[in-house]
Design a protein around this ligand. Structure first.
Ligand SMILES: *C/C=C(C)/C=C/C=C(C)/C=C/C1=C(C)CCCC1(C)C
Length: 262
């Protein structure tokens, strides 16, 4: 039993520890490269969070185990992408757009599953809710990628992406999902639904802020982005990930442990 538990805890650590070596050769992190340092710190925090969430599945009741595993998958996938993004930034000084969006494309739908699991704990959540949230996610992320990667105009990508985000907000506040949550549910489930709303409203707002700094604020006289722009964009996206992946996972963990003990 103890051995199984130990293995369960050690497997993710071993897996994650082996990953940085598969990213390209470790570059030299400069002491004044604060964006690079933030990539480094957050990749470690994401690994630690993964191990923590997996470990804690042992001490929560059945329905919460899945939620914690999903939180762990989010931080795990992000940790791997952070290793690569960190190397891109440190070796080239460029914004790791492709890795960033592949990460989001995987982790944001997982967060949607997380929301759906919370809703299901409240009552009979229809599959339609999940699909609508997923469509909102794609409308938010795909134009963002196309714009950041230079395929479409950055204002156009921003506007369409914002519409996708507003649609998600509509769904969780006023749509079927919002109405379901207003119905009777335990204290812990209600509080995790509320945290979810806060995260999607305030936590997610940090991303378009980073985008705006990167493409609309720190531009030079010719309208081109500057070094300050890519630094602002990356540091703000990184902080947003701490809030929306690690802190959000901790909120779920808090709800799960408080409901499991009484
Ligand atoms: C773990 C990663 C998460 C939760 C990523 C979330 C990303 C967003 C909420 C991105 C939003 C954007 C807009 C609302 C406008 C267009 C630009 C984006 C893609 C940065």
């Amino acid at each position: 039993m103890t051995l199984t538990k130990l293995l369960k805890g050690l497997t993710p650590i071993g897996l994650i520890a082996a990953l940085p070596s598969s990213a390209f050769a470790a570059a030299n992190l400069q002491s004044d490269d604060f964006v690079g340092i933030s990539f480094w710190l957050i990749s470690m925090a994401l690994m630690a969070a993964t191990v923590f969430f997996l470990w804690e599945t042992q001490s929560v009741d059945g329905k919460w185990k899945t939620s914690l595993v999903v939180s762990a998958l989010v931080t795990f996938i992000a940790a791997v992408h952070y290793f690569y993004m960190r190397d891109v930034w440190i070796t080239t000084g460029e914004t790791p757009t492709v890795y960033r969006y592949i990460d989001w494309l995987l982790t944001v739908p997982l967060l949607m599953i997380e929301f759906f699991l919370i809703l299901r704990a409240i009552g009979n959540a229809s599959g339609g809710i999940f699909w609508r949230l997923l469509i909102g996610t794609l409308v938010m992320l795909i134009p963002g990628y196309l714009a950041e990667a230079g395929y479409i105009n950055t204002t156009l990508g921003f506007v369409i992406g914002m519409l996708g985000w507003f649609y998600i907000l509509y769904e969780i506040f006023a749509g079927e999902a919002g109405q379901m949550a207003a119905k009777e549910a335990s204290q812990a489930v209600q509080s995790s639904y509320n945290s979810m709303r806060w995260i999607v409203t305030i936590g997610w707002a940090i991303y378009p802020l980073g985008y705006a700094l990167g493409y609309f604020v720190y531009i030079d006289a010719d309208g081109n982005t500057t070094q300050a722009a890519s630094e602002a964009l990356n540091i703000v996206y990184n902080l947003a990930d701490v809030v929306n992946k690690i802190a959000f996972g901790l909120l779920i963990w808090y709800a799960a442990t408080s409901e499991s003990k009484n």
